[in-house]
Design a binder for this molecule. Structure first.
Ligand code: F6P
Length: 330
C-alpha cells in the first residue's frame, strides 16, 4: 500500500474534518501518499482528487462541515458509475480508500469492493448514531449538544408562557438523538420511532402532568421516517386537548453544523487513524468503530444490514425522571 485516498460522503457531520485530518496525518506518518477526493463518490467518478500534505489539514480539527465537501451520489448507485470510479482510482494509482460516512456510504463501498476489489476501510460519520459496529458515530455528540442548547433556551420561554413545546430532532429512523437530548435536557417525553408511541399514550402522559400542576412541557420528537412529524403529533394532541397552548420547533439542519465537541474530535481522530492502520494491516470492506473503548473492524455488510438497538434502559430514564406524573399506571 503506497497511495490512499480519503473522502466524505452522505450527510456531513461535525468531526468529519478531524477524521480527514487524522487519516491524512496518519497516512504520512506511515509514509503513504494521501489524496483527498472532493464531493464523495461523485468526485471518485469524476477524478476529482487532490494531493494532501500535512498543511492541507491544518486548522480544521475544530471546524464543522467537511473540507472535502460531501454528496449523495446518484451515479455511484449504478454499475456504470462505479466502473468510472474504478477507472479513476486506477488512473491515480490509489491502492486503498478511507470512506467517512454513514449507511449509504458503506452500501456504496460494499458494492464497489465486490465489483472492483479496491480495499476500503470506513469511519462512521453521521449525526444519527445508527451504525452497527460502533457505540458512537462521529457528529452524534455534537448534534446532541446543539439540540441541548436549543432545548435550554426553549425551556425559558415554555416556562414563561406555560406552554407545551414539541421539539423535533433528526435521526432518520432511530431515536438516539431524541433520547439523549431528552435525558440531558430534562424533557418530559421522547417520542421515538422504536417506541411505537401512540397519540393516546402521549395524551395520557400530558393529562397526568397537567393534573399534577405541571405548567410547561418539553416533548422531544424524533423525525422518524417523516420529517415534520412533530407538527402532525401536535395537531393530533390539539384536537383532544384544545385548551393546551402548544408550539412546534423543528431544529433541522442546525444539528449538522458547528464546531465538534471534544468527544467527537477524539472519536474522529481515533477512527481516522484506525482506518489507515486497518488498510495497512490488509483489511478491506470493513468499518472501523469503537465498542467498549476498543477499536473494532466490522464488515460493511453487517454495518448496513444489522440494527444497533437503542438501549431500553436509556429510553426508560426519561419517564422515570418525571416521577409520579408519568407512572405508567397513573
Ligand atoms: O443522516 C443524517 C441526516 O441529517 C438525518 O438525520 C436526516 O434525516 C437527513 O440526514 C437529512 O438529509 P438531507 O440533508 O439530505 O436533507
Amino acid at each position: 500500500m503506497k497511495k490512499i485516498a480519503v473522502f466524505t460522503s452522505g450527510g456531513d457531520a461535525p468531526g468529519m474534518n478531524a477524521c480527514i485530518r487524522a487519516a491524512v496525518r496518519a497516512g504520512h506518518y506511515y509514509d503513504l501518499e494521501v489524496y483527498g477526493v472532493v464531493r464523495g463518490y461523485d468526485g471518485l467518478i469524476n477524478g476529482n482528487f487532490i494531493e494532501m500534505d500535512d498543511r492541507s489539514v491544518s486548522n480544521v480539527i475544530q471546524k464543522g462541515g467537511t473540507i472535502l465537501k460531501s454528496a449523495r451520489s446518484e451515479e455511484f448507485r449504478t454499475p456504470e458509475g462505479r466502473k468510472k470510479a474504478y477507472e479513476q482510482v486506477k488512473k491515480f494509482g490509489i491502492d486503498g480508500l478511507v470512506a467517512i460516512g454513514g449507511n449509504g456510504t458503506f452500501t456504496g463501498a460494499e458494492l464497489f469492493y465486490k465489483e472492483w476489489q479496491i480495499p476500503t476501510v470506513g469511519a462512521p460519520g453521521t449525526i444519527d448514531n445508527d451504525l452497527y459496529g460502533s457505540d458512537f458515530t462521529i457528529g452524534y455528540d455534537t448534534a446532541v449538544n446543539t439540540c441541548l442548547a436549543a432545548i435550554d433556551k426553549i425551556r425559558d420561554t415554555a416556562d414563561a408562557h406555560e406552554r407545551v413545546f414539541f421539539i423535533e430532532v433528526m435521526g432518520r429512523d432511530t431515536g438516539y438523538i431524541a433520547v439523549r437530548s431528552a435525558i440531558a435536557g430534562g424533557a418530559e417525553m421522547a417520542i421515538i420511532p422504536e417506541d411505537n408511541n401512540n397519540i393516546q399514550a402521549i395524551l395520557d402522559r400530558l393529562k397526568n402532568g397537567i393534573s399534577n400542576s405541571k405548567a410547561s412541557h418539553i416533548i422531544i420528537v424524533a423525525e422518524g421516517d417523516q420529517p415534520g412529524r412533530a407538527a402532525i403529533i401536535a395537531n393530533e394532541v390539539k384536537k383532544e386537548l384544545p385548551a393546551l397552548d402548544s408550539k412546534v420547533t423543528i431544529l433541522g439542519h442546525v444539528q449538522r453544523g458547528g464546531a465538534p465537541t471534544a468527544a467527537d474530535r477524539v472519536l474522529a481522530s481515533r477512527l481516522g487513524l484506525a482506518a489507515v492502520e486497518g488498510l495497512l494491516a490488509g483489511k478491506a470492506n470493513v468499518m472501523a468503530g469503537i465498542i467498549d473503548h476498543e477499536i473494532v473492524y466490522t464488515p460493511f455488510i453487517e454495518t448496513i444490514t444489522k440494527r444497533k438497538p437503542i438501549r431500553t434502559d436509556l429510553v426508560e430514564i426519561v419517564p422515570k425522571l418525571n416521577g409520579r406524573n408519568y407512572k405508567k399506571d397513573n
